[in-house]
Design a protein around this ligand. Structure first.
Ligand code: SF4
Ligand code: SF4
Length: 95
């Protein structure tokens, strides 16, 4: 496969991936999202938030594996997780 094709595939993959954002200051470190994630991409951060908890955080090396299933967000009792799904590929990239 040519280098250009590899680069294009990488861009498309990136555009299709989903991701989550965790509001660390709302998190109580209850582990529910960690248990709920089928891809095991959430862990606890080493720092303490203003409430005195180690907040949940995405494990950077596994972030690209997020499917946007929202199991973590549905489980969170503090609505601290927002899920972003990217499934539309801009036509300029496809053309
Ligand atoms: S949306 Fe799904 S795959 Fe992504 S972090 Fe949450 S539970 Fe895991
Ligand atoms: S479920 Fe919510 S409160 Fe519990 S660790 Fe995850 S983000 Fe924090």
């Amino acid at each position: 496969m040519a280098k250009k094709e590899v680069e294009t595939l990488a861009v498309l993959q990136c555009l299709k991936s989903s991701y989550i954002v965790i509001d660390a200051e709302r998190c109580k470190g209850c582990h529910l999202c960690i248990s709920a994630c089928p891809r095991e991409i959430i862990g606890l951060a080493p720092h303490i938030n203003r409430m005195g908890y180690n907040p949940a955080a995405v494990i950077e090396e596994k972030a690209h594996e997020c499917t946007g299933c929202a199991a973590c967000a549905m489980m969170c009792p503090d609505t601290a997780i927002t899920v972003y799904r990217h499934s539309r590929v801009p036509s300029a990239v496809v053309a």
